[in-house]
Design a protein around this ligand. Sequence first.
Ligand code: 1GP
Length: 252
Amino acid sequence: MSIDWEPISHITKIDPAEELPLDIECLRQTDLIIVGGSDGVTRENMHRTIQQVQEAAPDVTLLQEPYNLDHVSLEIAGLVDYISIPVVFNGDRAHYLEKHVDLFTEVCRRLEESPDSILPIEDTTGGQHADLVSEIASIVIGEGYVIQNVDSTAATVAGVGSPYSADQVAGAALATEALYGFPVFYLEYSGTYGGPDGVSAAAPYLDETALLYGGGIKRAAQTKEILDAGADAVVVGDCFHDAPDRYLQTIP
Ligand code: 1GP
């Protein structure tokens, strides 16, 4: 099964290291929820947050965005619909290629020990790797990711030195779909509103791949501006944690 992006225009990103608002039933009004963060996230706060969110909005598609393999467990994976892995194009090498080779090397190691030790996949095949691989591929999603706010924690953690130009954003978008085949391209301005220019640059180069914009969305007019520029969905993070009333206004 893959995500049907057609009805999805508003995504809420929840940081497990931050407090949840007192009332989180408003999450039933968003179209998709991502739980993840790059600072202060532990397996415990990840698990707790995912449990609370899943109970509050059981019908909303739920993605876990782990920062490293410590955040992945059978219990957590059993509560979410997908595990999404950011591939930060403008991050440093340690957070791009090496990180993913390390991550999947560890997945292979654990699968050799016991196929269901890390992901909720059923080994009904006596350890036929081809079937295990296809089950893993149905759970794990790759996200082509560009971080444009170099002052954000996400940029620091991923070793992002400078933002991409509009031409580079377009190239990264095209590579995401045409080369990597990831279902998501995520333009990330975490903590600051970046405006529609990057979205306008990327949108013509994406067809099957969903174009997500995140960063500084606090008003309905910003959601509209980003969607009008060609994004499939806006991602709202800080506003959900800091101002739940205003957050509701960001939902189209
Ligand atoms: C962060 O892109 C998301 O990963 C959302 O950004 O927190 O600024 O809303 P904000």
